[in-house]
Design a protein around this ligand. Sequence first.
Ligand SMILES: [Zn+2]
Ligand SMILES: [Zn+2]
Length: 147
Amino acid sequence: MHMQEEWDATPILKAAELRVTPQRVAILETMKQMGQVHPTAEEIYSHLKNHFPAISFATVYNALKSFLDADIIHELRYGDKASRYDLNTVNHHHLICDRCGMMMDVYLPEIDISAAVQEHHFDMRSYHIEVRGLCKNCRDLDVRKAD
Ligand SMILES: [Zn+2]
Ligand SMILES: [Zn+2]
């Protein structure tokens, strides 16, 4: 977490031409502090409430919406489950643990899928690879149980 002092939410908001409010700064900083959790709006809200007891869920939700519109965060949707939010807007993919839900950012070489997409006359906006399995923590627990 030694990068934290250099990381500042204010210039990110300004560059995105979003109004800088203490709530918006706090929401972005909370997401940064939460690391690679890829939190839901609910998780961000309960984290923030400890420091900003007056903040409402609607404020968090609306801020996330404006961050999405400004493209400074990404949304990860999983069917009808709550969306997760990603502060990492560099093109990346995810390893997802089926047991504990851990999501880890991974960087993969570009894959040329244009031919497959064109075949279906599909207007592709983005693609995202999910690798599902068991994370190291969960695997270590299994090993310990087996001993
Ligand atoms: Zn796990
Ligand atoms: Zn991510």
